[in-house]
Design a protein around this ligand. Structure first.
Ligand SMILES: [Zn+2]
Length: 433
């Protein structure tokens, strides 16, 4: 029997399923199970078969509770090796070291950042699959690991003996539209994991996006209006700096943005070359479709700086206010100040003309109002944050009114286009003033 419409299966063949990492259809015999919350983590934090709250049902609002070990998806064999076994092996070691209060080598920090990308995007994909939502293949995990700026703010409490894990802040529009960040607690470790295009360029002393604009002919694509930089790594990372906690971060940019000498020089020059892990060779046009990653940035040794030596050991410390509340609050402030600011508010057409659209404005406001409400729930009274929301709201209403006025204006000029006016004209000279 055909089971059309079932997500994750190839139509007509219930024996096939799609790999959560790359989207390839996988036959039953070649299939392996990929736990988004891996078994090693479930074991390290308690009974792996314990029942956990997977999510809140989006319709009823009831808790969806099931054994933690059943929260898994299909993976193909090559991906299971690459994103499953190898990555999980390194992540497990890194988390065990952190939990025991030990240092991490810089090279381990890259694995940890990759793994956090995987968990964040995996949870996002998982929830979409649970809700049977459609998503484009570009959102697969293999399109999302290590290609955007990423940062982890980590705090380890050596005296905390609690066992368990939890993640939060996934039930908001910023996470749903971009998987931009989450709070993750694993035993005695607290982590804020964030990733977004251009999120930390400015702090890393790289060219940075001043403003993002959506393209008129393809609103899913965006361009950034870039700001000039002095190429100095900053010491004040603002909200990214939870006092006492340790930051590890990495920026990444798309080589495709360096199509001419001038833009290439903006990214790759005397000042930046020592910061890169590896600069891909450019021989043919296709080589432009690669990402260049910088070396690890951290404040583990005091100042924020690039760490070139993969074997250097970094110590992780404890946040002064080491509470879940403080971390979640910081995440929402970061969403508000740094992620939302990189969401486009206007479109730009091929001639460089900008215009606002109701849809973009509405999306922005929806996210802003939600953040403002979360602030209130969390007891943050940040009155000045409401200012921009109200301003945007007024702008959208103005645009809406203009749109309506223009449409009505056209009707008034051409009676034939207005069925009411046309009907009135047929019956003689009736005017309304
Ligand atoms: Zn795969």
């Amino acid at each position: 029997m055909k089971r059309a419409g079932r997500r994750g299966t190839t139509a007509g063949d219930p024996g096939w399923s799609n790999c959560v990492f790359c989207g390839t259809a996988v036959g039953k015999s070649a299939r392996s199970r990929e736990h988004i919350i891996p078994m090693w983590l479930l074991r390290a934090t308690g009974d792996p078969h314990r029942k956990i709250k997977i999510e809140s049902d989006p319709i009823t609002g009831n808790d969806v509770v099931r054994p933690a070990s059943t929260f898994h998806f299909t993976a193909c064999e090559p991906c299971n090796q690459k994103y499953g076994k190898t990555l999980e092996k390194h992540a497990k070691k890194a988390i065990e070291s952190l939990s025991a209060g030990k240092s991490l080598a810089v090279s381990q920090c890259y694995w940890l950042l990759d793994w956090l990308d995987k968990v964040r995007v995996g949870l996002w994909l998982g929830y979409n699959m649970l809700h049977k939502e459609e998503f484009a293949p570009k959102f697969r995990i293999d399109q999302r690991i290590g290609i955007k700026d990423r940062i982890a703010i980590i705090s380890v409490d050596p005296n905390d003996a609690t066992k368990g894990f939890g993640f939060s802040s996934l039930d908001n529009q910023i996470f749903r539209t971009s998987q931009a960040g989450m709070f993750f607690k694993i035993n005695n470790i607290r982590i804020l994991s964030l990733s977004f295009d251009g999120l930390i360029f400015r702090f890393a002393g790289m060219p940075f996006p001043k403003e993002m604009l959506a393209l008129s002919d393809d609103p899913d694509r965006q361009i950034a209006m870039m700001g000039r930089t002095d190429y100095q790594i900053k010491q004040d990372w603002g909200e990214f700096q939870i006092p006492g906690a340790t930051v590890i971060a990495q920026t990444s940019f798309w080589l495709g943005n360096c199509g001419d000498d001038e833009s290439l020089a903006m990214w790759i020059n005397q000042k930046t070359i020592p910061r890169f892990k590896r600069i891909p060779k450019l021989r043919k046009a296709a080589d432009l479709n690669q990402f260049v990653q910088t070396q690890l940035i951290s404040n583990a040794t005091g100042e924020f700086r690039y760490h070139r030596n993969g074997r250097q050991r970094l110590r992780f410390s404890q946040a002064k206010d080491n509470s879940d509340w403080a971390f979640v609050r910081t995440l929402y402030v970061l969403f508000w100040r740094h992620v939302l600011a990189l969401n486009p508010k206007e479109q730009i057409d091929a001639d460089g003309r900008r215009h606002s659209t109701i849809l973009l404005a509405m999306l922005w406001i929806e996210k802003s109002v939600q953040m403002a409400l979360r602030f209130r729930e969390l007891g943050i009274s940040d009155e000045k944050s409401f200012g921009p929301v109200v301003e945007e709201l007024q702008k959208v209403y103005r645009a809406w009114e203009e749109l309506r006025a223009n449409t009505l204006g056209e009707w008034a000029q051409d009676a034939s286009a207005n069925p009411v006016a046309a009907a009135q004209a047929d019956q003689g000279a009736v005017t309304f003033r």
